[in-house]
Design a protein around this ligand. Structure first.
Ligand SMILES: [Zn+2]
Length: 149
């Protein structure tokens, strides 16, 4: 007896697929014997013929393009897990909670804007002369050193 496998839905309409014995032959002795199998979709009138149930159902379920697309989707999903999340600008009204250097959006007294690294102290605020920090964000981690000290 053939092992029954789960059939993929119709590749055209997505509906349930049938899997039935086909090509019944009558022997010289008058017995009917099954000589083939069919899988298909009655709605789309699409059929796949085979010698036996397992081979026919296996062929029906073979979807190389669909499998390749699913593999690509899985690969892209896995890749998305490693996309770096960039820090967002934090308004200066929410100052850092510790001393140190931070990447800052700066505006000077002439109204020119740029970004640069500035020192912040919880006790004294931003160390600036003739300019104001409008936003800040943490500095990225140092690049890996080839020589460990
Ligand atoms: Zn169909």
């Amino acid at each position: 007896m053939d092992k029954h496998i789960s059939l993929s839905p119709c590749p055209f309409c997505g509906n349930k697929t049938y899997s039935i014995t086909r090509n019944i032959e009558i022997t010289e002795e008058g017995r009917s014997i099954e000589v083939g199998w069919a899988c298909g979709c009655a709605i789309c009138d699409v059929h796949l013929w085979g010698d036996n149930q397992s081979d026919t159902e296996s062929k029906w379920n073979t979807r190389p393009i669909e499998d390749a697309l699913r593999a690509e989707i899985d690969r892209l999903k896995a890749e998305m897990l490693f996309v770096p999340v960039f820090p967002q600008w934090i308004p200066v009204s929410e100052p850092p909670k510790k001393d140190g250097y931070f990447w800052c959006s700066i505006v000077d007294d002439a109204g020119c804007k740029w970004a640069d690294k500035r020192l912040f102290s919880v006790e004294n605020g931003w160390f600036t002369i003739g300019e104001q920090v409008t936003h800040w964000m943490p500095l990225p981690a140092e690049p890996p050193s080839e020589e460990e000290c």
